[in-house]
Design a protein around this ligand. Structure first.
Ligand code: UD1
Length: 347
C-alpha cells in the first residue's frame, strides 16, 4: 500500500477550531494536509502554531470556497489531493436565525462547489463535519445513528441536514464518491500544548468559552439558561467531548475510506462520549480544575435550546475503532489552560 505520507488531504476550514486540531492529528498520522480557509473566523497564525506542535508547516491557501473559479484553480495545482475533510462553515445558531440567507449561501454553496470539483477531478473520499443538531430533541436517549431526524430548529441546523442530503444524493449518482458524515456532539477543550484552541470572536455563544472567560474575569458572570428542565438538577444536559478525541475520529474516518472498509457509499457516525453532563456539572468541573469559584446566576431558558441529548457512540466504537479517551475534567483543564494562554498573549 502507498505510504500515508504521500496522501494529500484537503482540509477546508483547517485553521478553525476543529479543523486545526484535525490538521495536527493528520500530520502526526503521516498525512499531508493542505488547508483552504477564508479566515472569516480564524487566524493565519494558527499555521505557525500547528508547525510548533508538529514540526511540519501545512500549506494554507486563503480564499472562499464559494468562489468556484478560485477553487478550480486551486485543485488544478493540487491534482494529487486524494480526500477532502470539509469543516469550513458558519456555525452560530443565533446568527443563522438573524441572517439565514448568509448561512444557506455560505454553507451550501461551498459544499456544492467542492462536490463539483471532486467529481470533475475524481477525488473519491469526503469526510463531512455534521452535528447532533440534526436530531433535534430526540424522544429516546442515548442517540443512535438510527434515531429519526427532526425538522431543524435553526437555519444553521438546516444547512447540516441539507448538506448531508446533498452528499448522500451525490454518492448515489457518482459511483466514484464515498463519504462519511460525522455528527459531533459538543466539542470542548484545546490541544494540551495550549498552542491551538477555540478563539470565539466577541461574546461567546457556547458554554465552555463563556465559562473560561468568566473564570478569567473577562465576563462578569455566567448565565445558566434555565434550571427548570426535566433533568436531575434542572439544567440542560449535553455530551461534551474533547476536541483532540474528535480530531482523531477524522483520521480514522479518512483511513477507513482509503482502506475501503466503508459499508456503504454514505456513512454516518455519532461522535460523543456517551455521557450526559448538565450545565451545573460542567461548572463544577471547571471549578475543580481551575480552583476558581465561578460567578454564575440562573436565568431564563434560551429560546430553541434542547433539554437533553447525549450520544450512543457504540457504532463509532465498534466500526471506526474510535472512542473518547479524555474525561470531562481533562478536557475542561485544557480549555482553561488555553484561556490563560490566549489572555497572557493578548490574542
Ligand atoms: C449549539 C447548537 C448546536 C451547534 C453548536 C455549535 C442548539 C440547540 N445547538 O449547541 O447545533 O452545533 O451550538 O457551537 O442551538 N449555556 C448556558 N449559558 C451560556 C451558554 C450555554 O447555560 O452562556 C448552556 C446551554 O443552554 C446548553 C449548554 O450550555 O444547555 C451548551 O450550550 P452551547 O455550548 O451553546 O451548545 P449547544 O446548545 O448544545
Amino acid at each position: 500500500m502507498e505510504p500515508l505520507n504521500q496522501k494529500k488531504i484537503l482540509v477546508t476550514g483547517g485553521t478553525g477550531y476543529i479543523g486545526s486540531h484535525t490538521t495536527v492529528e493528520l500530520i502526526e498520522a503521516g498525512f499531508d494536509p493542505v488547508i483552504v480557509d477564508n479566515l472569516y473566523n480564524s487566524d493565519a497564525q494558527v499555521v505557525d502554531n500547528i508547525q510548533k506542535i508538529t514540526g511540519v508547516r501545512p500549506l494554507l491557501e486563503v480564499f472562499d470556497l464559494c468562489d468556484s473559479v478560485k477553487l478550480g484553480k486551486f485543485i488544478l495545482k493540487h491534482k494529487d489531493i486524494q480526500a477532502v475533510i470539509h469543516f469550513a462553515a458558519y456555525k452560530a445558531v443565533g446568527e443563522s436565525v438573524r441572517n439565514p440567507i448568509a448561512y444557506y449561501r455560505n454553507n451550501l454553496l461551498s459544499l456544492i462547489n467542492l462536490l463539483d470539483v471532486m467529481k470533475r477531478y475524481e477525488i473519491p473520499n469526503l469526510v463531512f463535519s455534521s452535528s447532533c443538531t440534526v436530531y433535534g430533541q430526540p424522544e429516546k436517549l442515548p442517540v443512535t445513528e438510527d434515531t429519526p431526524l427532526q425538522p431543524a430548529t435553526s437555519p444553521y441546523g438546516n444547512t447540516k441536514q441539507i448538506g448531508e442530503s446533498i452528499i448522500r444524493d451525490t454518492t448515489c449518482s457518482d459511483k466514484n464518491l464515498k463519504a462519511i458524515s460525522l455528527r459531533y456532539f459538543n466539542p470542548i477543550g484545546a490541544h494540551p500544548s495550549a498552542l491551538i484552541g477555540e478563539l470565539p470572536r466577541g461574546i461567546p455563544e457556547n458554554l465552555v468559552p463563556y465559562l473560561t472567560q468568566t473564570g478569567y474575569g473577562i465576563r462578569e458572570e455566567l448565565k445558566v439558561f434555565g434550571n427548570d428542565y426535566n433533568t436531575p438538577d434542572g439544567s440542560c444536559i449535553r455530551d461534551y467531548l474533547h476536541v483532540v478525541d474528535l480530531a482523531k475520529a477524522h483520521v480514522v474516518s479518512i483511513k477507513r475510506l482509503f482502506e475501503k472498509k466503508n459499508k456503504s457509499d454514505f456513512e454516518v457516525f455519532n461522535l460523543g462520549t456517551g455521557h450526559g453532563v448538565s450545565v451545573l456539572e460542567a461548572i463544577r468541573s471547571f471549578e475543580r480544575v481551575s480552583g476558581i469559584k465561578l460567578k454564575y446566576k440562573i436565568t431564563g431558558r434560551r429560546p430553541g435550546d434542547i433539554e437533553k441529548i447525549w450520544a450512543d457512540p457504540g457504532y463509532a466504537n465498534t466500526e471506526l475503532g474510535w472512542k473518547t479517551l479524555s474525561s470531562l475534567d481533562q478536557a475542561m483543564k485544557t480549555a482553561w489552560d488555553w484561556e490563560k494562554m490566549i489572555r497572557s498573549n493578548n490574542l
